[in-house]
Design a protein around this ligand. Sequence first.
Ligand code: GUN
Length: 292
Amino acid sequence: MQVLDGKKTSEDIKKEIAIEVQQMKENGEKVPHLAAVIVGNDGASLTYVGSKVRSCQQIGFDSTLVSLPETITEDELLAKIKELNEDDNLDGFIVQLPLPKHINEEKILLAIDPDKDVDGFHPTNFGKMALDMETFIPATPFGIMQLLKRYNVDTVGKHTVVIGRSHIVGRPMSILMSRKGNPGDSTVTLTHSRTKNIEEFTKNADIIITALGVPNYLKADMVKDGVVVIDVGITRVADASHPKGYVITGDVDFDGVSKKSSFITPVPGGVGPMTIAMLLQNTLLARKMRMK
Ligand code: GUN
């Protein structure tokens, strides 16, 4: 069994990007600039966004944090997005999800200029991804593809079972794994909350990608020997013995499943850190596209 170390791999990618940024500086070029919009005070979202902005600073990007109150109206947020779209100094920006209930998420995502949509959530970019055109790949699926690639995990002709059909992870993952190439060229089954007898699929899977948000859902008796397991779950589970009062728990019962796996991602330290690295990679791409 080999652990797919997302912490180390993400650091490698960040170092590669930092070298490119240094080169840009030496050439007198403008460095990439990412903005992150956060609405409200959700603890997990604040942590993620803080981490994204810190990573920008670490590798030499310019960054802007736009913190907006929970009470902001949809129109006010749309006005802010228009401003960011038109800001020539900015290469890309993200609006951290989820948004408060009174704001229509779809309307917000549609308002983002696809050329600055480094999350890859706009239908234009999602469509390009499905059609193998160059675009921003959503950060979490992009990070998983990079982990598979950098650890030389063979996906060609394998049966990949994705659990969860979210627009951010499961759905794009199912598309990427079925695209031509390695990683890719998999036969994909996309399972979800209405799938009957999920174990029948997971037991026959060569590769399982879980993005469910149910702690320790995938157990050893649900997988076959030699399986590759990618755990996208990041649920905060209360734990009084921990200084923060919680532990981050994945969808996979790691102790049991790892004994049967050929490759497996840990939580934390697997997919999570990769997500940020790939957001930075997309921002670098945005800068390069704007230079052209
Ligand atoms: N919320 C959870 N994951 C993401 C992400 O990748 N991007 C944004 N904008 N919000 C998220």
